[in-house]
Design a protein around this ligand. Structure first.
Ligand SMILES: NC(=O)c1ccc[n+]([C@@H]2O[C@H](COP(=O)([O-])OP(=O)(O)OC[C@H]3O[C@@H](n4cnc5c(N)ncnc54)[C@H](O)[C@@H]3O)[C@@H](O)[C@H]2O)c1
Length: 325
């Protein structure tokens, strides 16, 4: 099969590209190569192509799609950091809304003119549902985004839905919980905790640190997306998560334990954290009900959080060593 991944050099994109290549598929990533991109990782791999293009450039996107003729497109390209969206929302509006419009429009023309049976998977976040004090987000929950980031992603989801309803564009949307694992930018929570603990720098904690997120290992997410590319139903939306709701402070503590064990240290939580002013509009809790996708793909809910966190720690530790030498 031939896959296009927009934003394919970012955190989830590169993990997904690696997964697809391991299954001997052809992969083309479209990425503008921003600060969040991973370069040179798959460059010399067989069956891999990278096009350095901004998704807002519709003409170029169309050209790439028409030439490559994909069977499936994973649309991941986005501005993805909530804090950045608070400081400057404009790139979020441009890429996440107008960029998604550009991808939808290009894909629709491809579907129409070449009579393609390809599918576009619009990858979104659980943050579009807002914050939930108890219970879990289901697919039919109301959209209540609270940050410029989640509002821009919600807009993209509405466009994807509208293109399917109005133009019969072959689109699926997924709303996934927080990912962690290799290749994530150091601005994000888990890489930041690991890097700061290793470097003996204080770990900033928003508010009281009790905010909760539902964490999924990025490699599990990639596998689920691949399975969905085979079995997902056009026009549907699917929540993705692994029922692993953890507070920020517990994650710091878990990572500190890994560090102490590895380096035979005895650092205490209060020695490594530094409480900072809370994020504006900070959502308190996200939790995903994944029963719909679990049933469709016959997933088992294995939760290997601890093992995956150790693997993640080791990956960032090795990266630091590499960067020093
Ligand atoms: N990371 C998570 O926890 C998470 C959870 C749920 C959903 N998502 C969604 O998954 C997608 C990928 O997230 P990520 O964490 O890998 O993000 P990321 O920031 O690591 O990667 C995004 C990639 O998109 C590229 N990009 C940005 N603007 C572009 C543009 N205009 N044209 C072309 N490429 C552009 C960037 O260069 C980068 O390589 C996003 O749509 C995000 O909203 C992420």
């Amino acid at each position: 099969m031939k896959y296009i991944i927009t934003g394919g050099q970012g955190f989830i994109g590169i993990n997904l590209a690696k997964y697809l290549l391991s299954k001997n598929h052809k992969v083309l990533t479209i990425d503008k190569m921003s600060y969040a991109s991973n370069s040179n990782i798959l460059k010399k791999k067989k069956n891999f192509l990278l096009k350095k293009v901004d998704i807002c450039k519709t003409k170029e996107i169309k050209k790439i799609i028409f030439k490559f003729r994909p069977d499936f497109i994973f649309h991941l390209a986005a501005e993805s950091h909530v804090d950045n969206s608070i400081l400057n929302s404009e790139p979020f509006i441009k890429t996440n809304i107008l960029g998604t419009y550009s991808v939808l429009k290009s894909f629709h023309e491809y579907q129409l003119k070449l009579n393609s049976k390809a599918i576009l998977l619009n990858i979104s976040t659980d943050e579009v549902f807002g914050s939930i004090t108890r219970g879990k987000f289901r697919e039919n929950n109301r959209y209540l985004p609270n940050s410029p980031y989640s509002a821009s992603k919600a807009s993209a989801d509405h466009l994807a839905r509208a293109w399917n309803k109005t133009f019969k564009t072959r689109v699926i949307t997924t709303n996934c919980s927080n990912n962690f694992g290799p290749y994530q930018n150091k601005e994000k929570l888990i890489p930041k905790i690991i890097n700061n603990i290793i470097k003996d720098k204080p770990v900033p904690v928003y508010g009281n640190g009790l905010n909760q997120r539902d964490w999924i290992y990025v490699k599990d997410h990639a596998e689920i997306l691949y399975k969905l590319s085979k079995k997902g139903k056009i026009g549907e939306t699917y929540n993705i998560g692994t029922k692993n709701v953890v507070s920020n402070i517990k994650i710091i503590n878990d990572i500190l334990k890994i560090y102490n064990q590895k380096f035979k240290k005895k650092k205490k939580l209060k020695e490594v954290i530094e409480y900072v002013e809370d994020r504006k509009g900070h959502d308190f809790r996200y939790a995903i009900d994944n029963s719909k996708i679990k049933k469709l793909l016959k997933l088992n809910n294995k939760n290997n959080f601890k093992k995956n966190l150790i693997e993640t720690f080791d990956w960032y530790f090795k990266l630091q060593i590499k960067n020093i030498n």
